[in-house]
Design a protein around this ligand. Structure first.
Ligand SMILES: Cc1ncc(COP(=O)(O)O)c(C=O)c1O
Length: 351
């Protein structure tokens, strides 16, 4: 991996990031803890979990970290309303609705059904409880939805409303900055525990992994990032992650330091597509739940955990160094996947 000429210290990285406006929202740092029964069941290296499902604000998750920087930017620009959009069970939208409630901003969500059920359950239920206005659209997650959001924002601005809307170019680098800090947390907490993890596993479609890549490059951390794609984008995922990481670097006054060739990303664990549970993900979900009492969800985190399990079983990880699973949250989606997850017959349910 290319790095800055001299690696930054964690203190220096934090100083650079302190140049950006930030609104405190999360319970940070999140715990980093070992999973002894899960690790024993797998029979490989000790697996540790970084509990970003515990960041706070309406069931937590990675967007609480992102929103500390994104919503600070919105407030700096004098926004009074956020216009966000994603899939119908978006964790991003639910956490953003919660952040808006806390900060006294209005929140309008444009949610794409993309072939999924729009039953009021899981994240969608929480969106309503958090006071967001919800508009359903028949678009998949991707460029068409982003264009629709941009057009609506323009229309509202022309009417005199101060709207801050989801715009990949503005939002993703700011979100990424928060995960450069998370990487620093992992390095610091591991060192304090006397551990030297070989890898971090994470589900990421964009900003989260971009931030981890930036943190790793800036600190020259000797830790592999295994990025598990939950979606297949119409663009080059590795190039997009590197570009976002370098835009984030620029925001905090650092040179570009991540090349697309540095990025280890895989869509091998996607299964049948975005938002569709996979068999390997369901096995991962069951194993973690039944050995540690911790839940992942089928769209993102179960698939990343399935990648980790596969690598342990295939002997791809050194046995003498621990490995970190970064739990990015999303658990309210579990309730929207009741039927797929129950598999009543297999679980011997009697009612
Ligand atoms: C639970 C969960 N994990 C991971 C991600 C991926 O985040 P990012 O697109 O920032 O990489 C998301 C995005 O919505 C998510 O909800």
């Amino acid at each position: 991996m290319s790095t800055t000429a001299t690696p930054l210290t964690i203190v220096h990285l934090r100083q650079q990031i302190a140049r950006l406006p930030r609104t405190p929202l999360g319970h940070l740092p999140t715990p980093l803890e070992p999973l002894p029964r899960f690790s024993a069941a797998l029979g490989g290296p000790t697996v540790w979990i970084k509990r970003d499902d515990c960041t706070g604000l309406a069931f937590g998750g990675n967007k609480t970290r992102h929103n500390e920087f994104i919503l600070a930017h919105a407030l700096q620009l004098g926004a009074e309303k956020l216009l966000w959009g994603a899939g119908v069970q978006s964790n991003n939208c639910r956490q953003t609705a919660a952040a808006c409630a806390k900060l006294g901003l209005a929140c309008h969500l444009m949610l794409g059904r993309g072939g999924h059920s729009d039953e009021i359950q899981g994240n969608l239920l929480l969106d309503y409880l958090l006071g967001a206005t919800v508009e359903m659209v028949d678009l998949p997650l991707g460029p068409e939805l982003y264009e629709r959001i941009a057009r609506r924002a323009e229309q509202w601005r022309a009417e005199g409303q101060r709207v801050y809307c989801w715009d990949n170019a503005i939002v993703k680098p700011r979100a990424a900055v928060s995960y450069a800090l998370c990487l620093a947390e992992i390095v610091e907490q591991s060192a304090r525990a006397g551990e030297n993890p070989s890898a971090v596993y994470v589900a990421s479609a964009g900003s989260t992994a971009a931030g981890l890549l930036l943190g790793k490059a800036a600190l020259a951390a000797e830790i592999a990032l295994r990025i598990v794609a939950p979606i297949r984008w119409p663009w080059d995922h590795a190039a997009d992650l590197a570009a976002t990481a370098n835009q984030a670097a620029e925001l905090i006054g650092l040179p570009a330091m991540v090349q697309p060739g540095d990025v280890q990303t895989t869509d091998q664990y996607l299964g049948d597509g975005y938002g569709i549970p996979s068999a390997a993900g369901q096995e991962a979900l069951d194993l973690l739940a039944r050995t540690e009492g911790i839940l992942v969800e089928p769209v993102y985190t179960a698939k990343a955990l399935a990648a980790l399990i596969d690598d342990v079983r295939q002997g791809r990880l050194p046995s003498d160094r621990p490995v970190v699973f970064l739990h990015t949250g999303g658990t309210p989606a579990l309730f929207a996947y009741r039927d797929e997850l129950l598999r009543r017959g297999e679980r011997g349910l009697t009612h």
